[in-house]
Design a protein around this ligand. Sequence first.
Ligand code: GTP
Ligand code: MG
Length: 169
Amino acid sequence: MSSEQQPDALFKLLIIGDSGVGKSCFLLQFTEGDFKEDHNVTIGVEYGAKSVKVDNKLVKLQIWDTAGQESFRAITRSFYRNAHAVILMYDLTREESFESLDDWLREIKQNSDPDVAVYLVGNMLDLADEEREVQTDSARKFSEEHQLDGFTEASAKTSENVTDVSVAT
Ligand code: GTP
Ligand code: MG
């Protein structure tokens, strides 16, 4: 695929969730197949892009990775508009990040287009055996109750389910 090729479609994605759940690592794994152990707190919003082939069409994904820290909320809010899909992320080893999901859904309702698709992702699947705090069934139930468009557990570290999630949108 040549880099100059014009995309047949543009798809805008937003990643939201508490600070430290792995949003930036997820983006890095998806766009570059790389992982970093450090938590470089996102300041405001970072941008990543990747083109994928779907049904022989070139689809360009534009991805905005937002800061989870509360102090950046006013900045990140302005990026919800025009997003086709939101990846709502929690850390399955940290119950608290799952409990924040109600607040994040409220942010989506208040700032997104009404027909935006929302995908729930429980990150840190590689740590599930030893450190899991959020059961898969609880998250699936949450996803169904709120009529979200999809749910999966994934690992930004091992890349398990990272590509699937993003392309499935
Ligand atoms: P903010 O930018 O502050 O909102 O945080 P963030 O959600 O972008 O978190 P970030 O991607 O920076 O990851 C936080 C920490 O979790 C880092 O130390 C990562 O190395 C680690 N991490 C992220 N994803 C995974 C994962 O799937 N497995 C493991 N074991 N560690 C991860
Ligand atoms: Mg980040």
